[in-house]
Unconditional design. Structure first.
Length: 297
């Protein structure tokens, strides 16, 4: 039997329902204000995972404030990660653009020879045309369309409009030699780079669309270094992705500052169980770079 949709509840009814299944709500006025700002479905369905018995009732001692705390932690974690994913994304746009333009010309992306399969290239061009149409009102897209021969858009401009997901697929489907050359700029093997940027693009979309990173298994998972796997780091949780991001941020001081900010965030929210995100006991030392001046001191 298929379930029937549940009827809408007023905020007061939402609070009554939560209390009836064992959630502690000592400050009902605070709960009303919060549920007026953040939907019941987003808050309760997203952040009650692991906090209930099999019968649907909350474990003893679980409070509304605890669920709100998990929600706020998740929001701040998204913001913190997004700032570093932005650096990775812009860097990839630049390196892909430079490589394609220098080796194939500014319209080289239109040449099927950049990929081992015409089918891959046709799929790319479908994505490209869709992105151009979506950004048709962008000033520089209009500039090239209106003022240049054939209305062609050079890749150095196009790369700024393509989604991270499209950039990831473009890189993944390039010829092996091209992938290897670009990966060398990161001191990586291309098999790792293509895996990482695909996963990071997926995480970026979670961040951009207010998704949950806390206590969630990722659909896209990165290929991990053996050293990470030996440290009992898995690739299904967000910590595994953070481990990969470390190798894509060139500024070590900036990366260490990010890790310190992450540590501060984790310490602030005492209800957070970092193991549900794949963090290990020594997670901070695993991620921090040892800088030369630190060694001297």
């Amino acid at each position: 039997m298929l379930k029937q949709l549940q009827p809408s509840m007023s905020i007061d009814d939402q609070i009554k329902n939560l209390k009836s299944i064992g959630l502690s709500i000592p400050d009902e006025e605070y709960a009303r204000r919060f549920l007026n700002d953040v939907s019941y479905y987003r808050l309760i369905k997203g952040f009650s995972i692991g906090l209930k018995e099999k019968n649907g009732h909350y474990h003893d001692g679980v409070s509304f404030e605890q669920i709100v705390s998990l929600y706020l932690f998740n929001a701040k974690l998204r913001q913190l990660l997004f700032s570093k994913i932005e650096i990775i994304e812009i860097n990839l746009r630049t390196r892909l653009s430079n490589h394609i333009c220098e080796n194939y010309g500014v319209l080289g992306y239109k040449n099927p020879s950049i990929m081992p399969s015409e089918e891959y290239h046709a799929s790319l061009m479908n994505d490209v045309n869709r992105e151009i149409k979506r950004n048709s009102r962008s000033p520089f897209i209009r500039n090239f369309k209106d003022n240049y021969e054939n209305g062609d858009i050079p890749f150095y401009a196009l790369a700024e409009t393509l989604s991270f997901g499209t950039l990831s697929r473009l890189y993944k489907n390039l010829n092996t030699d091209d992938k290897a050359t670009i990966a060398d700029l990161y001191n990586l093997k291309y098999s790792y780079l293509e895996s990482w940027i695909e996963t990071i693009a997926y995480v970026r979309n979670l961040c951009a669309h207010y998704g949950r990173l806390y206590n969630v298994k990722l659909t896209k998972t990165p290929k991990l270094y053996k050293s990470d796997r030996l440290a009992n780091i898995g690739n299904q949780r967000i910590f595994g992705v953070i481990c990969c991001m470390k190798y894509l941020i060139s500024d070590k001081r900036e990366w260490n500052e990010f890790i310190e900010n992450l540590d501060t965030l984790v310490s602030k929210y005492t209800y957070v169980n970092i193991h549900l995100m794949g963090f290990t006991e020594n997670w901070k030392s695993h991620l921090l770079y040892e800088l030369e001046e630190d060694v001297e001191n």
